[in-house]
Structure formats: structure tokens, C-alpha cells
Write a protein that binds this ligand. Structure first.
Ligand SMILES: *[C@@H]1O[C@H](CO)[C@@H](O)[C@H](O)[C@H]1NC(C)=O
Length: 418
């Protein structure tokens, strides 16, 4: 922690420890239920449970909040001491693990102002920032970065692809007081730039001058027909001619077969339509460019990044296939601290997590092979190839059993965040 404090102090040119506004790693058993509030806005929100999942790097450290029911809305939030990011960097970070091999579901956080009523949180609750991955079929696999600006939710203009595998990934959003931002996945930068350029918060700086108009005599043709060029006199030749080599067959009977005519062939001297030579247009002025003027509607806003209050973080989302695990939430003013915390959490267990999953797959494969062999030895039919899906079957069964009790609501609503 000492190095981190020093680095942040250096960056901020002030002797300050990194401020940690919120941190949650679910390391105290059921105690999280006293820190997180489930919304009562609807009666059938999906349940989160504490779990490290089917495979993990560390059975304790990797415990996080897992969505446990398919085709549900989820609405859970935790609050913290309100703060403003005035003149400060803001970092929002958390990990997401789609161990269920997700087909459709949100996995983003919303960070709310102090005005949020946690027990009433729902899709319409006004947030400051929405950030994180969202998957729905192959076309939608993106990281949302939405800012509420003067009451309107504004989505980033760039496309940031999210991870769609089954491992834990670290998502980080950095918003700086110089109105720049950075998005990182697994502690590597995937996007960055300026808030003004990458979101349509403000009207454009320049517009086309409404007074300007292309002059009537503006010549935009780079080439013209050569006026000196004329069609040669012998140009015109018929396209088809009677075949000069054809001869009337000896047994041709004019009475029976009619008058003999040679077959028609393509004329080798036919030159096609005559076109004059092209020359450079002496009056060519280039493409007319509409002159631009300063947009009178535009006013710079040096505080695009700024919010008066942040006071709660929420998981307000929709999942078709549940099983996503959220963990290692961090909200801080220090980029370096967030990076280090990411290393200590996601970074420390990711390799062991991968190893455990690969071992499980290997065991599964061996088991399958043995079963196939047994069936073959017993003289049964050749078993069908059944790859990959096996590890899901069990989880699916559990989910379905849970679902059956209250399966009256089969309609799958679509979720439009904007
Ligand atoms: C985080 O880990 C990466 C990779 O090991 C390393 O390069 C980086 O310096 C670490 N960051 C911090 C702040 O410790």
C-alpha cells in the first residue's frame, strides 16, 4: 500500500492516500446481505447467491455474487458515503465471470447519485454512469459506457468488445478531470480518448455555413471530351457480317430449303461506339468544399466528467441464462491503486482458475471416452459425439428445477437500456 500511496500522491501532486469510496470482495460469508439491498420494485427479481462457481482459482477469494435464476431481472445495490469526483480521477472496477457460457445477459454496473431509493431501484432509476459488458447473441458483445448528461443517457460512439468466454475478467473505467477516459479489460487498455469526442454530449463545434452555396459555374469535372477529337471516317462498320468463308452446301435444294444465305458472324473490323478522347479539364476547380463556421449552439463544457454525488452501485440487469459471478468491486480516485487491486484479486487467481477448468474438461473427456468404450464393448450402437456440453448439463438441471416452481412467467421481455 505504501508504494501505491506514493504513486498516487506523485500523480496528484499532493500528499494524499488513494481514496477508496467503495470496495466489496464478499469475504465475510453472509454478511454481504446486510450491505446489499434488493429492490422491491418488482416482486420477482432473480436471486443472487454467494458462490465461487464450478471452477475457480481460490475457493474463498473467488466467491462473488452469482445470478441464480434464468430469464430474470436482477436489481441489487449497495450504498457508500456520498462523494463528488470534482477535480479527481474516478475509477470504477469489478470482475465478471460468465461461467454458464452466456448467450444473453447484462453484466454491467450502474453507479447512482445520492437521490437513489435503493428499495425502489429499477430500469428507470437515474444513474450517473453505466459501465460493463453486455451480451445478447453474436451481434451484441459490447462494453457499455453510458454517462447521464443533464438528464439524458449518452452512449459511447465507439464499439468496445467485451469478453465472451467462461473465465473471470476485470473491467475498469477511468474518468479523469481533464475530460479524458480509459477503458481497460484485464488491466490492459482497450479504449481511451476524450469525453467530448467519443460521446455526443454537446452539439458539434463546427457546422456547414448555411449562407455558403456552390457557385453555379463551379466546374467539378476533372476530365472532359477532347473538342479537337473527331470520329474517323472509316470508323462506322457493321457489327455483324455474312461469313465470307461460308459456301453453299452441294446438296442444297433451293426448292425445298429456300434461298441459301451464309451464316452471320461477328465483324472483326467492328470498333464499337466511337468516343472522343478524354483530356484534363482546363476549367476544373476541384471538389467544392462547403465552408464551415463555428456552431452558434455549441458551448464548451469543461466539466463533462463531473458529478455532484455518487452514493450507490447497483446490478440492475436482465439475464436469459444465469450463472454470472460479480466480484472485486472497487471505486477509487487512484488509477494505480485500482491496477494493483486488480492484480491482487483477478490477477492472483486467474491462472489457477483456468487450470481448474481445463482439468475438469480433461476429466470429463476421459469419463466420456470410458463410457463410449463400455457401450461399444457391450455391443451397443456407436454413441453420438457429445462434446463440450457435458459440464453444463448438471447446472442446467439445477436451474430448471428451481425455475419449475414459479414458471408461470414464460415471456422473455427484451431489455432496452437507452
Ligand atoms: C500489475 O501486473 C502487471 C503484470 O504483472 C504489471 O506489469 C504491473 O506493473 C502491475 N501493476 C501494479 C500497479 O502493480
Amino acid at each position: 500500500m505504501k508504494t501505491v500511496a506514493w504513486l498516487c500522491a506523485l500523480l496528484a501532486l499532493a500528499y494524499a492516500d488513494p481514496a477508496v469510496y467503495f470496495k466489496e470482495e464478499f469475504s465475510d460469508g453472509d454478511a454481504w446481505t446486510s450491505r446489499w439491498v434488493e429492490s422491491k420494485h418488482k416482486s420477482d427479481y432473480g436471486k443472487f447467491k454467494l458462490s465461487a462457481g464450478k471452477f475457480y482459482g481460490d475457493a474463498e477469494k473467488d466467491k462473488g455474487l452469482q445470478t441464480s435464476q434464468d430469464a430474470r431481472f436482477y436489481a441489487l445495490s449497495a450504498n457508500f458515503e456520498p462523494f463528488s469526483n470534482k477535480d479527481k480521477t474516478l475509477v470504477i472496477q469489478f470482475t465478471v465471470k460468465h461461467e454458464q457460457n452466456i448467450d444473453c445477459g447484462g453484466a454491467y454496473v450502474k453507479v447512482f447519485p445520492a437521490s437513489l431509493d435503493q428499495t425502489e431501484m429499477n430500469g428507470d432509476s437515474q444513474y450517473n454512469i453505466m459501465f460493463g459488458p453486455d451480451i445478447c447473441g453474436p451481434p451484441t458483445k459490447k462494453v457499455h459506457v453510458i454517462f447521464n448528461y443533464k438528464g439524458k443517457n449518452v452512449q459511447i460512439n465507439k464499439d468496445i468488445r467485451c469478453k465472451d468466454d467462461q473465465y473471470t475478467h476485470l473491467y475498469t473505467l477511468i474518468v479523469r478531470p481533464d475530460n479524458t477516459y480509459e477503458v481497460k479489460i484485464d488491466n490492459s487498455k482497450v479504449e481511451s480518448g476524450s469525453l467530448e469526442e467519443d460521446w455526443d454530449f454537446l452539439p458539434p463545434k463546427k457546422i456547414k455555413d448555411p449562407e455558403a452555396k456552390k457557385p453555379d459555374d463551379w466546374d467539378e469535372r476533372p476530365k472532359i471530351d477532347d473538342p479537337e477529337d473527331t470520329k474517323p471516317e472509316d470508323w462506322e462498320k457493321p457489327e455483324h457480317i455474312p461469313d465470307p468463308d461460308a459456301v453453299k452446301p452441294e446438296d442444297w435444294d433451293e426448292e425445298m430449303d429456300g434461298e441459301w444465305e451464309p451464316p452471320v458472324i461477328q465483324n472483326p473490323e467492328y470498333k464499337g461506339e466511337w468516343k472522343p478522347k478524354q483530356i484534363d479539364n482546363p476549367d476544373y476547380k476541384g471538389k467544392w468544399v462547403h465552408p464551415e463556421i463555428d456552431n452558434p449552439e455549441y458551448t464548451e463544457d469543461p466539466s463533462l466528467y463531473l458529478y455532484d454525488s455518487f452514493a450507490a452501485i447497483g446490478l440492475e440487469l436482465w439475464q436469459v441464462k444465469s450463472g454470472t459471478i460479480f466480484d472485486n468491486f472497487l471505486i477509487t480516485d487512484c488509477e494505480k491503486h485500482a491496477e494493483e487491486y486488480g492484480n491482487e484479486t483477478w490477477g492472483a487467481t486467474k491462472d489457477a482458475e483456468k487450470k481448474m477448468k481445463e482439468q475438469q474438461e480433461e476429466e470429463e473427456r476421459k469419463k466420456q471416452e470410458e463410457e463410449d468404450k463400455k457401450r461399444k464393448d457391450e455391443g451397443g450402437d456407436e454413441p453420438e459425439e457429445d462434446e463440450d456440453e457435458d459440464d453444463e448439463d448438471e447446472a442446467d438441471k439445477v436451474d430448471k428445477d428451481e425455475e419449475e416452481e414459479d414458471d408461470d412467467d414464460n415471456e422473455i421481455p427484451s431489455k432496452d437500456e437507452l
